[in-house]
Design a protein around this ligand. Structure first.
Ligand SMILES: [Zn+2]
Length: 414
């Protein structure tokens, strides 16, 4: 088989396209392939599909293709142009790449798969792309996915804030809890941040919302109340956020106690921060003896921890009435603990209790929020040029947006 035939097959080129020549450069480890087409072919206008004769050729362009045996492979061609009576002079669609792409469709598809696993730097390394090239593919994939996205009802909405960088900078994330996807990202955590999501929904999409899980954060609550019909019975202050507050209370108790003990030369609590924050059942086995040792001592932090773990049981009830009884006992215990951060958190939850107990009408699982959060944490670490928050948002949509990221193959065999 001549090398032009081989490459016609490797590239999957079909009539009227064919390979004209192949150039192998051993020193640079690259293969350049020139594609051309038969004469007298009629080309569809890319806008309306009307078949037209060749008008002229655009300048030669080059696309990076999948490597052949570790050789960088480039496809060259002069795109044919047509003159449509309705749309003027247009470039005919090419079977191997999307308009304006610098890579063939097959290369982009591979790059998207690699990017999903490794992020920009890893993909750049594996595919021999510059940071900008890899980023460009990712960004195009997100734009493509968002264009193709069909409006649908999100029945279980999760709202979350994400601290970015140091200081008080936040993003607001709206998630679909049934599909575990991030649907919308906005700057800040104001009422207006969330309004932007609801404003983009149709009336039937708004009416289709069955439950909204969120933190006890007034600007968000106001936004939900302003937009979602019957918000009062749909708002759920969920376990994930409440337990985060409770964890913070335990940590505040620990910090104060550690400071007091430290002043007397007692280092008991040194290095124990994360032991107290785990849910008891999630604590890695290797840490268990240390925690048990600490729990056996008369520590304020140990008491706060016990109160926190008991709160978690609230969500193990199946009936609202039983849960309420548990709450009443727990609230008495917490508010008589003489631990200020615990008392304050208990009171905050008490003020919001009706919409904590809506859980028993809408038993929202935390697995999705927790899963998305750890995924976003990973994205944060993936070296995305994170100082640029637009990059961070785009990367969240890429990894968590549930978008169809791939370019179509237009008949090229994959
Ligand atoms: Zn046309």
């Amino acid at each position: 088989m001549r090398d032009v035939e081989l490459y016609r097959h490797l590239l999957g080129l079909e009539s009227p396209w064919t390979v004209r020549s192949v150039e192998l450069n051993l020193k640079e480890q690259r293969v350049d392939v020139w594609a051309g087409h038969a004469e007298g072919v009629r080309w569809p206008c890319p806008e309306c599909g009307t078949e037209l004769g060749l008008y002229d050729h655009a300048d030669e362009r080059v696309w990076r293709h999948l490597d052949s045996c570790q050789f960088l492979t480039y496809l060259h061609a002069q795109p044919p142009r047509v003159q449509c009576p309705r749309h003027g002079v247009r470039q005919a669609r090419l079977p191997w790449a999307e308009a304006r792409a610098r890579f063939t469709t097959l290369f982009e598809r591979l790059a998207i798969d690699v990017l999903k696993e490794t992020g920009i730097r890893g993909a750049g390394h594996i595919l021999r792309l510059s940071w900008d090239e890899a980023w460009h593919i990712l960004e195009r994939a997100v734009a493509r996915g968002q264009r193709a996205k069909q409006p649908r009802v999100v029945a279980q909405v999760g709202i979350d804030e994400k601290a970015i960088a140091k200081g008080h900078q936040y993003l607001t994330l709206v998630c679909d809890l049934d599909h575990a996807t991030v649907e919308y990202i906005a700057e800040d955590r104001k009422q207006a941040s969330l309004d932007g999501y609801f404003v983009g929904l149709s009336e039937s999409q708004l009416a289709g919302i069955e439950a909204v899980a969120l933190d006890m954060w007034e600007p968000y609550v106001q936004s939900v109340r302003a937009h979602v019909p019957e918000a009062g019975r749909k708002i759920v202050f969920d376990r994930y956020h409440i337990m985060t507050h409770m964890g913070k209370a335990v940590d505040d108790v620990r910090k104060r106690e550690h400071r007091a003990l430290g002043a007397a030369g007692d280092e008991t609590l040194t290095g124990s921060k994360y032991l107290w924050l785990y849910a008891e059942e999630n604590l890695p086995a290797k840490h268990r003896p240390v925690l048990e040792g600490l729990l056996a001592r008369p520590l304020k932090t140990a008491r706060a921890w016990g109160i926190k773990e008991s709160l978690r049981d609230l969500w193990s009830y199946t009936h609202r009435g039983w849960a309420l009884r548990h709450w009443t006992r727990w609230y008495f215990w917490a508010t008589h603990s003489r631990l200020t951060p615990v008392i304050e958190t208990a009171r905050m939850i008490q003020r919001h209790l009706p919409n904590v107990l809506t859980y028993f009408a809408h038993p929202i699982t935390n697995a999705v929020s927790e899963g998305l959060n750890s995924k976003i944490q990973t994205i944060k670490k993936m070296a995305y040029g994170f100082r640029n928050r637009e990059h961070f948002k785009t990367a969240i949509y890429f990894h968590c947006g549930g978008l169809d990221l791939y370019p179509g193959t237009h008949g090229i065999p994959g």
